[in-house]
Each structure stands twice: as C-alpha cells, then as structure tokens.
Write a protein that binds this ligand. Sequence first.
Ligand code: NCD
Length: 300
Amino acid sequence: MSDLISMRDLSRNDVEAYLRHAEKMEKSLRSSSPPKPRNKIVATMFFEPSTRTHMSFWAAAERLGCRAISLSGDKSSSAKGETLSDTVRIMSGYADVLVLRHPLEGAARLAADVSSVPVVNAGDGGNQHPTQTLIDLYSILRLKKKISGLSVHLVGDLRHARAMRSLLYGLSMFGAKITLCSPKALAMSDEVVREVQEKFSPSIRTTHEINLRDCDVLYVCRIQKERFEDQYEAARLQDEFRITKEQISAAPDDLAILHPLPKIDELPADYDSDPHAKYFQQASWGVPVRMAVLDRVMGV
Ligand code: NCD
C-alpha cells in the first residue's frame, strides 16, 4: 500500500512515473468509450474549502470507473469533537483510498498512520500539496517540453502557501532555475530552502522585486489570508502585492503564467484570455494527473 503525503517522500523516478502515467490518463480521456467499472470507492474528506482539488479528485475517480463518496469536514462528527484519527479509522473501513485536506500540518501523515487504506494528501495546512505539484510539473512539461534549466519565478505568499513549498521541492528536483519573489514578510521558510539546497543544489535567487525579464514560467499564488492572525495585514498585502501588465510585458514572448487558483487580484484584471495565461488549462490537467495518483496508490 502506498500513500502520497509529501514531495519529500518521492524520488525523481517516482515523480517521472506519475507524470508518464498522467500522460496515459490524458490520452484515455480522449476515448469515447466509458471506463470499465472497478469495484473501488474513493472517499474525499475535506476539512478546508476547495473547488479544484475536491472536484478534480472526484472527477478522476469517476473517470477511472471508481465511485466517490465525500465527507465534508464541517458537517462531520468532528464538529461534535471526534478526533481526526477516529474519523480516518472509520472512513478507511468504508473506502479503498482516502483523499484528505486538513488545516493542520502533519494531518495527512497522522491519517496515513491510522488508516488501513492508502491516504492521499490534498493539502495539510501550510505544509505540503503534492498532487498540486504533480499538476504543476505536468503543466510545465506539456507547455515547455522540459523543466531543467527553465527560469521559474514563484511569486506571492511563499511563507504560507503549501503549493509553493511543494513546488519548490519539485522544481529543485528537476533542475529548474528558481526565483523566489514575495513581500519581505512572506518569504519562503529558510528551513525549506536549506533542505532543497542540501538535497539538490538548485539555483535559487531570492528577491522582493518583480522582474520578469528572464522568466519562462511565472507561478503566482494569492495571499493565504486564512493562515494570518491579523486579517488587516493579509488584506494590506493582497492589496500591495500585485503583478502589473508592464511587468509581464518585460518577460520573453513565450512566458507561461501558472496559478494553482483561486486567484483574487494578484494578476491584472481581464487577463484570462491573454495567451500567456495558462492557469485554466493547468487546472484541467488536474483530472488526468489525479487519475494517475489514484491509480498508483491503489496499486494499479
Ligand atoms: C491551493 C491550496 O489549497 O493550497 N489551491 C488548490 O489546491 N488549487 C492554493 C490556494 O488556495 O491558494
């Protein structure tokens, strides 16, 4: 049985196997025949809001011929005081794989320790979001045909965004040239940067100025206001830290803009139809990538 909890648990070979599998899944989605039914149930357990992750896992399960059941955290018995480990033990008796999103860092690891079926981390607090990273790497490969040597700028709330932490790990593993750009108060944790430097010796530059002149892939995320104690500060940073059309126009013509979504106003308004904007396409690759994840953790 294999869980998917953190990018840290994966080798480059593992990641490449997921990405190859996702390519097959993407091809299978073009076929008009329905999937062969499988006697498998995927349970989604979301204790934080979600649109893409939740719905794309659900769609992925159905596209694989599995069935999906869903527990919504705030309507579950956790509201009555049940512990997460009890909830997980119960759910692992009902399903063949658990997909968990939870506000506490380490929640997915804890779930995997008590579950009798594989657990997939769909985001644990500000810690990890490995399936988002697989989608991001898949998107970069589909758009740019390579990752190694590409100049990728991670721009936004690098302190709190789990998508950024996981992606820094994935990009370092594949030898991208990484620029970390955030407001001063929202820099990537030194510990995380040190860890990837020790493991992969990537090229990492840290800055607080947005300068896209050498940028092949601009990866943006919103200010993660739910992780701030001070909501006034979150609103101030969201307001201050915006990417302008002028900054984007300084970038090479084939710049690709990615975003895990949801976006607020960190990108210029009415930018969605710009040819650089690839984030809706990126979100749609969530289905084949999560099909590959479910398939592999279920041991197919
Ligand atoms: C991200 C998340 O939940 O970490 N969303 C997602 O899964 N696509 C990013 C975010 O909420 O900003």
